[in-house]
Design a protein around this ligand. Structure first.
Ligand SMILES: NC(=O)c1ccc[n+]([C@@H]2O[C@H](COP(=O)([O-])OP(=O)(O)OC[C@H]3O[C@@H](n4cnc5c(N)ncnc54)[C@H](OP(=O)(O)O)[C@@H]3O)[C@@H](O)[C@H]2O)c1
Length: 342
């Protein structure tokens, strides 16, 4: 089979022949129709991720068709031929509140991931592809989709009519959070470093937004919305302090990433005096994943796909992600590959 391989730190991806996969007990082999990028994949290529190993086939997001299962029970055999999306949270463990500190892994490191013609995953991580989605749309959903779902619903418990601020709307998680929060009847505001992305967010249902590159963006947001019951942030950095300012007393601030690093300016008094709830969130449990797929199906939500690349152009897809030029998910379609045959 062929795969997009990172052979060494900082080396361009290579679309090359690798060893075929065999399914062990409890595992499935999925013929990947489409895979999608997350920032994690680029950081792995840049050598900026814990537990690195090379060569590695990255990719946490994928959709395709099950072609083989290990173990041979009739229940697992029923998966063969089914169109699926893959839950990339492997071995979450028995606690809904947090992932197993020892067993938990994200598909795509240390295990080889979805940027290949075939991927091997636990059968427990297969979920039937929502019928209203193409393979490219379905591949865009898993990691960012479940992270947004857990952050918004399981952690922040967002309710109809609440004011929600979602930062960095060009991000994959942020955009799903916008779609979900709008579907849930929240009043959603966004921030972005791009005015064009703000306009696109409004077209999806955001009430308003401001550009975080403008010095007065915090005051402008306060003028627009007053304050926020719920804030969702994946950027962190010194801007996180502004988010505590923008929260109403008793508000919930969910942090799922730190693209801008650790803050140096947090005023702790703001957290305790305003009785804020600062909540960490990472990916989602199997229950979150199933609920997310159900929510997406019920509301007919279609992931926003920025662009679709061939595997031969995989390196260009990674550079687009690094430049933050996208609005929505960057997808690699293996259906367009010359050697794809059904
Ligand atoms: N905990 C988890 O389970 C989990 C899951 C997925 C991702 N993450 C983390 O969450 C972060 C976002 O990941 P992603 O894949 O959703 O995003 P992404 O697609 O990589 O996009 C990153 C976005 O960050 C935004 N950004 C940059 N500087 C910002 C700032 N100063 N303030 C606000 N936003 C800013 C930009 O938005 P604009 O283009 O609109 O300016 C950019 O598009 C990453 O750190 C990632 O590692 C965590």
């Amino acid at each position: 089979m062929k795969a997009l391989v990172i052979t060494e730190k900082d080396k361009p991806l290579e679309w090359k022949e690798v060893a075929d996969l065999q399914a062990g007990p409890g595992e499935a082999i999925v013929r990947v129709h489409a895979a999608a990028l997350n920032h994690r994949d680029v950081w792995i290529q840049r050598g900026q991720y814990a537990g690195l190993r090379y060569p590695i086939v990255v990719g946490s997001d994928g959709a395709g068709v099950v072609v083989a299962v290990g173990g041979g029970s009739s229940a697992s055999g029923a998966w063969i031929g089914k169109a699926v999306i893959i839950d990339p949270a492997l071995y979450w463990g028995g606690h809904a509140a947090y992932q197993d500190p020892l067993g938990f892994r994200i598909l795509g490191l240390p295990d080889d991931g979805t940027m290949a013609e075939y991927v091997r995953v636990p059968i427990a991580n297969l979920v039937e592809k929502p019928e209203h989605l193409s393979f490219e749309e379905a591949a865009a959903l898993p990691l960012a989709g479940v992270t947004a779902y857990r952050a918004l619903f399981t952690r922040a418990q967002v309710r109809t009519g609440e004011r929600v601020l979602i930062t960095g709307i060009g991000g994959g998680v942020a955009l799903f959070a916008l779609q979900y929060a709008v579907a849930a009847g929240a009043k959603v505001y966004v921030s972005s470093g791009s005015n064009e992305k703000l306009d696109r967010a409004k077209a999806i249902g955001a009430v308003g937004g401001t550009n975080y590159k403008n010095p007065d963006w915090v005051a402008a947001l306060r003028k627009l919305a007053g304050g926020f019951d719920v804030v969702l942030d994946g950027a962190g950095g010194d801007g996180f302090s502004d988010l505590l300012d923008l929260s109403v007393p008793g508000g919930r601030v969910v942090l799922y990433g730190a693209t801008r690093g650790n803050p140096s300016n947090i005023i702790l008094r703001r957290i305790f005096w305003k009785q804020l709830n600062v909540l960490g969130s990472t990916m989602g449990s199997p229950e979150d994943f199933a609920a997310m797929v159900g929510f997406v199906s019920k509301h007919g939500i279609r992931p926003v796909v920025d662009s679709i690349f061939t595997p031969e152009d995989g390196e260009a897809a990674f550079r687009l992600m690094e430049e933050e030029g996208q609005f929505g998910k960057i997808v690699i379609s293996f259906q367009q590959s010359a050697i794809f045959s059904w």
